[in-house]
Design a protein. Structure first.
Length: 530
């Protein structure tokens, strides 16, 4: 042994040190009890989780969704661009949401596959990816115009229910005259909060009435009605506000520069969550003009055809900022900020398939996969010890370092471990043992030919190297091509296989050779247990 051996030993020490460093967050995070995680600061826990090896949807559970782009308002030539834009926006939403290693990929001409590992809240996941996020700022009609519009709707609905045109056009309240819509408004003709108040128990009936009529053709051409997004409390009643708005928006989400979730921005809800909006240069200019020209009026902030809030403009607002308030939970406000920041989808998307993979199923997959891998490793190690005796220990040591380097590389690359990835590890074990079998058989042949231990080891490694390199490099090329053209779980299989084979070229040749060199360098080493 000389300088060459010392360099090999130094490289091994460095690689083991780096591997331990890369794997420490993974070991620390996945060995923590729920109680320990609860007591750790959120920022530190999030960092620890971010540095740890990620588990795929099949191992930790999560959401599997297939979305279909609504092509009804698109021409055929517009679909590819709309799909590309939708995928980009959905990826931005998911990235800002903090899902580790999501899968977002195109399927066919108008479908998108999304997998969100670790996200088990079905409704939250659907709201996150399915919301169009069309943000509009619209002026609320004054009380007189709003009443005329609602009365016009009332008359049209009454006609649909069979009243005579004369009775429907009458403004009197004669006995027997029915007002289908306004009869559901206990404070009519007052308009609290700038809109018609409908108690929560009557909201479904009011929605059904409006859905039964072509509201856009009944209302004036410059007006529309939208429901409030959140319930309101008025004089002891819980209900929803039906707003009458200008149809043309004053400002849209295109004028938005940022959206940030904040607590306590609504004085009436000190602990309530909301979203602070900051406009870009064009949006700020329009916002200043609108607030200057409409002091005293209500400006509704509408998201996906629902009014999130409708604050009154008290004065010209010179700053390029606004806020969305309402009965939001902290998570709802965070998700709203996420979708607004990412932008509106170019067309609505419909969720045509959804599946929740529970954590118990993921845990069962981990248990079965780990058990299978351990049983396979034990059987392989047992065979190597029985068939190659003490030299089998060399193969086991090399296999241990192979797995150490493989897991460390996956953790360092922030890769995701999936069940196909575990299958790739099982194949790596087979390839690693195969390399040692080639070496041992060549050493046996040299010893049968009469060579001494030292010479047999040198010749065995030299003769086996070409076969080992050929089989491993061709497998790496196959794994690389598979990684390049595949996606999702198959890509995970290719990743673990490629890294495992690369580690095998180091462990099966250099580490095994170092151990044999240590043994044969001893005085009197004339026999080899192989």
């Amino acid at each position: 042994m000389g300088a060459n051996f010392r360099w090999k030993l130094l490289s091994l020490i460095v690689l083991v040190g780096l591997s331990i460093y890369a794997l420490y967050p993974t070991v620390r995070y996945y060995t923590m009890s729920p109680a320990e995680q609860a007591t750790m600061e959120k920022e530190k826990l999030d960092k620890l989780r971010g540095d740890a090896l990620n588990l795929g949807l099949d191992l930790q559970g999560g959401m599997h969704l297939v979305l279909e782009l609504d092509r009804s308002a698109l021409r055929d030539e517009e679909v590819p661009e709309a799909m590309a834009r939708a995928i980009e926006i959905l990826r931005n939403r998911v990235d800002r949401f903090g899902v580790a290693e999501p899968t977002i990929q195109r399927q066919g001409t108008d479908r998108i596959l999304i997998e969100l590992p670790g996200l088990l809240d079905k409704e939250r996941a659907i709201n996150l990816v399915g919301q169009t996020a069309l943000l509009e700022f619209k002026l609320v009609k004054n009380d007189q115009d709003a009443k005329r519009a609602l009365e016009r709707l009332d008359r049209a609905l009454a006609q649909m229910q069979g009243q005579t045109a004369a009775a429907a056009d009458s403004d009197t309240t004669e006995a027997g005259l029915v007002h289908p819509l306004t009869d559901l408004m206990p404070f009519w003709p007052d308009l609290p909060y700038g809109g018609a108040f409908v108690p929560e128990k009557d909201v479904p009936k009011a929605r059904e009435l409006l859905a039964s009529a072509n509201v856009d053709s009944i209302l004036p051409i410059d007006a529309q009605v939208l429901w409030g997004k959140s319930p309101e409390i008025y004089q002891g009643y819980s209900g929803r506000i039906l707003y009458v708005l200008d149809r043309r928006p004053q400002l849209t989400g295109k004028g938005l520069a940022s959206a940030i979730r904040r607590i306590g921005i609504d004085p009436t809800r000190p602990n309530g969550a909301g979203v602070n909006l900051t406009f870009n240069a064009d949006g700020a200019r329009v916002f200043r003009r609108v607030t200057a020209q409409n002091v005293g009026r209500l400006l509704a902030i509408a998201l996906d055809d629902q009014v999130a809030s409708a604050p009154r403009i008290k004065e010209r607002i010179p700053t390029p900022r606004a806020s969305i308030t309402g009965a939001f939970t902290d998570e709802e406000a965070k998700d709203l900020a996420t979708v607004l920041q990412a932008g509106a989808l170019p067309a609505p998307v419909n969720i045509i398939q959804e599946m929740t993979v529970g954590p118990s199923l993921g845990s069962d997959s981990i248990h079965k996969g780990t058990t299978a891998a351990l049983v396979g490793a034990i059987l392989v190690c047992g065979f190597m010890l029985i068939y190659y005796r003490a030299s089998g220990l060399v193969a086991i040591v090399a296999l241990f370092f192979n797995m150490l380097f493989l897991f460390a590389a996956l953790a360092g690359m922030r890769a995701t471990l999936t069940l196909p990835g575990i299958a790739g590890m099982a194949l790596t074990v087979g390839m690693a043992v195969d390399a040692n079998v080639l070496i041992f058989e060549r050493i046996r042949e040299e010893m049968r030919a009469g060579k001494k231990v030292r010479g047999a080891v040198d010749a065995g490694f030299h003769r086996a190297w070409r076969a080992i390199a050929d089989s491993n490099i061709t497998t790496m090329i196959s794994a690389g091509v598979l990684w390049w053209i595949a996606s999702g779980p198959i890509q995970g299989f290719a990743t673990t296989l490629f890294i495992g084979i690369l580690a095998n070229l180091y462990t099966a040749v250099l580490i095994s050779r170092m151990i044999f060199d240590l043994y044969t360098s001893r005085p009197g080493a004339e026999k080899l247990s192989i």
